[in-house]
Design a protein. Structure first.
Length: 199
């Protein structure tokens, strides 16, 4: 098992890590550059197993800590790169937090951000939940990406209204698909209420 610890050189972190090592875990620790000498001194105190402690240099107060994914920019999920023996693994921080403090992800669940802010990875903001619960959260917080909010959207609210009006006057689905540069399924889903139902 692996754990991710912030504040590893602080009071709680330096006492928690020996317990994690005693359980045989690999421990990734987030430390500031200025705290690296203190971390090395703690490694000597931790003794056996200290080689399983791997430093990730950074500061939780830094804006945009880690690589931002899912569209980039503020408000995206935060991802960190963890390296062991030159093998780099990228993990999303919200998953690391839940795995470390709640337990492994139950089958069929995903991470819920309770306040709707995907880069807020405090434990109080995170829960494992079903895809249905997660979607309900996005509706509640107004963060559901739909329509032009999706980065790959080819239609706009205005073009959807135009398509519906043209279809009401007898325009063929294939002709509308060609005219708007989308496939037939996109037009059909628009009329079936599976997409663009907010317009």
């Amino acid at each position: 098992m692996e754990s991710f610890v912030t504040g590893a050189t602080g009071f709680i972190g330096r006492h928690l890590i020996p317990h994690l090592l005693a359980r045989g875990e690999r421990v990734h620790v987030l430390v500031r550059q200025s705290s690296l000498p203190r971390l090395e001194a703690l490694r000597e105190r931790w003794g056996d197993g200290a080689e399983r402690v791997h430093a990730v240099v950074g500061d939780l107060a830094e804006p945009r800590l880690g690589d931002l994914v899912l569209g980039g920019g503020i408000g995206a999920h935060v991802k960190v790169s963890l390296a062991v023996d030159a093998i780099v693994t990228q993990r999303q921080v919200h998953i690391l937090v839940l795995e470390a403090f709640v337990g492994l992800r139950p089958q069929g669940t995903e991470t819920r951000h309770l306040n709707g802010i995907p880069d807020d990875n405090r434990l109080v903001n995170l829960r494992w939940g079903t895809p249905t619960e997660n979607r309900a959260d996005t509706l509640l917080h107004g963060t559901l990406r739909r329509g032009t909010g999706k980065p790959n959207a080819k239609l706009t609210d205005a073009s959807v209204k135009d398509i519906r009006a043209a279809r009401a006057t007898g325009a063929a689905i294939n002709a509308l698909a060609r005219q708007y540069g989308v496939n037939r399924t996109t037009i059909q889903q628009l009329f079936d209420g599976r997409t663009w139902n907010h317009v």
